[in-house]
Write a protein that binds this ligand. Structure first.
Ligand code: BGP
Length: 486
């Protein structure tokens, strides 16, 4: 029996910084992703380290004036900026019902604090989203997927500064005014909990420039949560009936054993890493457990009178999350550590991992959906899910990615189970529908797409798009509305 509702939103997702390239074209300003460095000659260890080193004052200065552009992959990415018409044609052929991308803040406001927006940037998204609709796709737009105009960091210090809320809201207002009729679902922030787990991406912090890193992180988070609530309120006022969601990177967590200590550890991990953020966005207030969490970190968030009302006045209409893997919680050091999205965790002996060490756990998706729906009773949207792999073009010129088909098949089957459990799941935007530059490790060879992009890690290649085996498979799944996962 097929559990997917008739109007289920089968989709695909990308993010502007990871796809568009054209970093200094069309009036775009420099943003924080343009500054992230990568070297194709690095070994696996160095690539991992690079993710963790994140951003330093020295790297930041070097990147501002860099001329070796091949080391800054977000500046060229897959050139979606010039190729989007052809790409959307392929997505239409795939039968997508919804396309998720982010809007580049620095295309709309090159410096973040400009008095007027950049018309060329607005035109780009008007054209892109109009074409999506023409090709039968709804639009799911992320307002901020990490890439922030660099000027907001150099001039104001980034999200630590409360002024960021005003700049961000001005940007939102422009989007609601100029793109409002073209967007079906809004997401004010991608993975708002990323501020804690990758503070450069999440909130523009440079680690070696912070005296008290945790304090800075949570102050930024507070400002982002306020900005999120105010954006929801603004959208509801300017665009009555609009759907505005909250999003986290979901770290589904199991106790390592049934020892009460492990169970408690898992509960706190769930609260501190996931639910803190969704509780604020969906329930409109800081949950009780944050007192202890912040105290133990030595953090005291500076709030202004009225902040509690702001949070209470901007609750989201739906919740969404990225789901790639699950983790294990324990205070015991007897467990091997393995990698994962944004953070590493303890290894689960029951699960296989991807080439990057992320633990593959389809049932964890069903668990997460049930947990989130029980807790909030809001519609849910899986904003990202997929597997990063080193695809190869075979001698027949094709990409035989059975491992991706298997990953997607098992996860989609569990989505069906969750719907049968009673969860109100409205959509699924598979991550990296076209191969794009990886966000965590900046590698082009960590590919997620059902469409291959011929570009290597130094930016070389024809940039040609080639549908993979998974393309035909996903097309069939969409056409059958999930009834046929074969
Ligand atoms: C999420 C981000 C995406 C994305 C994805 C996969 O955290 O929202 O931007 O890239 O993870 O991660 P990666 O690209 O590091 O494999």
């Amino acid at each position: 029996m097929n559990h997917f509702p008739e109007n289920f939103l089968w989709g695909g997702a990308i993010a502007s910084a990871q796809a568009e390239g054209a970093w200094n074209e069309g009036g775009k300003g420099m943003d924080t992703q343009d500054l992230r460095v990568f070297d194709a000659s690095w070994d696996a260890d160095m690539r991992r380290k690079n993710r963790d080193i994140n951003m330093t004052g020295e790297r930041f200065q070097a990147a501002l004036t860099a001329t070796d552009l091949e080391h800054y992959p977000f500046r060229w990415a897959i050139d979606f900026y010039h190729n989007w018409r052809e790409d959307l044609a392929l997505l239409e052929e795939l039968g997508l019902k919804i396309f998720r991308t982010s809007i580049s803040w620095a295309r709309i406001y090159p410096n973040g604090d400009d008095p007027v927006p950049n018309e060329e940037g607005i035109r780009f998204y008007v054209d892109l989203f109009t074409e999506c609709h023409k090709r039968g796709m709804k639009v799911f737009a992320t307002i901020l997927h990490y890439a922030t105009p660099v000027n907001l960091l150099t001039r104001y210090g980034g999200w630590k500064n409360r002024k960021m809320i005003d700049f961000y809201l001005r940007y939102c207002q422009t989007l609601f005014e100029r793109l409002g009729g073209l967007v079906d679902y809004w997401l004010p922030f991608n993975e708002i909990n990323c501020s804690r787990f990758n503070p450069w991406n999440g909130c523009c912090l440079i680690r070696d420039q912070e005296e008290n890193y945790d304090q800075a992180i949570f102050q930024c988070t507070h400002h982002q949560l306020l900005a999120n609530a105010l954006a929801v309120k603004m959208a509801h006022e300017m665009l009555p009936g609009s759907m505005v969601g909250g999003m986290i990177a979901r770290f589904t967590t199991y106790p390592a054993t049934c020892s009460p200590d492990d169970v408690m550890c898992a509960l706190l991990d769930e609260n501190y890493k996931n639910y803190f953020y969704t509780d604020v966005m969906a329930r409109g207030r800081y949950p009780g457990y944050t007192r202890r969490m912040l105290k133990e970190l030595g953090v005291e968030i500076v709030k202004e009178p009225g902040d509690d009302q702001i949070l209470a006045g901007g609750k989201v209409d739906f919740l969404s999350f990225s789901y790639y893997m699950s983790m294990v919680s324990t205070n015991s050091s007897d467990y091997e550590v393995t990698s994962g999205n944004l953070l590493s965790g303890k290894k689960n002996p029951y699960l296989q991992t991807s080439e990057w060490g992320w633990q593959i756990d389809p049932v964890g998706l069903r668990i997460s959906l049930n947990q989130m729906y029980d807790r909030y009773n809001l519609p849910l949207f899986i904003a990202e899910n997929g597997i990063g792999a080193r695809d190869v073009v075979a001698e027949d010129g094709k990409i035989h990615d059975d491992y991706r088909i298997q990953y997607l098949r098992e996860h989609i089957a569990q989505m069906g189970e969750a719907i049968a459990d009673g969860v109100d799941l409205i959509g699924y935007t598979m991550w990296g529908i076209l191969d794009i530059v990886s966000c965590g490790t900046i590698e082009m060879n960590k590919r997620y797409g059902v469409i291959y992009v011929d570009r290597d890690e130094a930016g070389k290649g024809t940039n040609r798009r080639i549908p993979k085996d998974s393309f035909a498979w996903y097309k069939k799944v969409i056409a059958a509305n999930g009834a046929d996962l074969g």
